[in-house]
Design a binder for this molecule. Sequence first.
Ligand code: NAD
Length: 476
Amino acid sequence: MTTEVAAPSGYDAFLAAITPTSGLMKTILDPATGGVVGEAPVHSVADLEHAVAAAVAAQPAWAGLGHEGRSAALLRAADAVERSAEDLARLLSREQGKPLNGPNARFEVGSCVAWLRAAATIPLEAETIVDDGQTRAELHYRPIGVVGAIGPWNWPMMITVWQIAPALRMGNSVVVKPSEYTPLSVLALAKVINEELPEGLLSVISGGRDVGERLAGHPAVGKIMFTGSTATGKAIIKSSADTVKRLTLELGGNDAGIVLPDADPKAIAQDLFWGAFINSGQTCAALKRLYVHEDIYDAVCEELGAVAAAAPMGNGLDETSVLGPLQNKQQFDIVNRLVDSAKHSGARILTGGNPPQEQPGYFYPTTLVADIDNDNPLVAEEQFGPALPIIKYSTVNEAVAMANGLDVGLGASVWSSDPAAARKVAARIQAGTVWINKHGAVDPRIPFGGAKQSGYGLEFGVEGLKALGVPQIING
Ligand code: NAD
């Protein structure tokens, strides 16, 4: 059954409120249908200058509210997002492509509410480092000033909240530069949050790379929170060097999962599948390479195939869809190229791998690839789409070496009926997070960040708050 959800009564007014009435505009198309979603402003570097000036002006009074006042405003902002949740989810689904249901658009908006509330309420006290009667030293975290937030198109609302909520809580003002593929989602989210914030404190500059570059090099900006590709992360390190900006870099990954021989294929298949295919694989910490012991290789392939067959892909507004299209043509072409390279190498396509020739959207079928070599491009490169290579291994040492063989290390997972044994393997993996019998689960209380070229700095939890402050020691 493919019934469309009726537009909530306020949706059109909601969209109209973020539609520019003048200036340069860009038409945003629905990746599922090719239809028009709306018009986004194309801001310039001059617009960015205005936003930074407003952020500089608004920040001291905001910092002056203290943690209590800022937390109260952020909690009201979370309530405002909750009240607009259905309109936000619908716009997100149309612009990004992800379905309303499953771990997708409604889930993403719900996560925005959860992360806003967490950033507002996690306690952060000054720490007494030494107090021995002679010396007294305390560690405080002071506001940085203006923070720049540059984000990607895969989880545009949630990642914006990950960046702005701790920044605001810590007394900073923020200028956001969303991806040029998904500006409407971020503009709409900021509009709702701004109902509860002072003028100028939080702005969205919806421009291209030039705006991102200027933000990363702007002398009035003290820190950049960046989530995106490793290549852009390296460019940001360079543009921010002259002003010695603080950076949190959440970059690309190519997460490995290792299934140990004692795992139960049927019991783990659902979680393995969603670890890999959440948001049609367009997730930084999705499982992108699956290493399965030879004893249970065929059984795991079979169980994954059964889960894949039962996960409908379609237009995000169809309440039955749980998987959506790729967000843009560039990403579709990457996935297509990588699966073709696997096919030509003689790997076995268990399911999928054959996108329709003519279609209005960017749907790539759910694809499982078996009997593939570890050095195939579908394994070695981040595919960022619904195509999972499954590699057979014989010894745990061999699996760990393959998992660690790349220069990225965002997440990883180990799957076993013996969690203690799995934790021993986990300790040998070079990744910022290693999950046991799950993959990609993030939690606002638990720090998250990458190893190797997946970036540096931590988000979430008290560590995430500290990353948005300047440490200051008061000695005496
Ligand atoms: P991208 O690097 O192409 O773009 C990200 C943002 O950077 C966009 O807003 C873009 O306009 C901006 N940008 C581009 N060039 C710039 C420059 N020179 N200076 C400043 N800004 C610039 O990334 P994407 O394609 O939007 O996102 C996909 C990538 O993001 C994947 O590699 C994925 O793994 C990664 N990602 C990582 C995480 C994480 O938490 N580690 C989360 C989500 C996505």
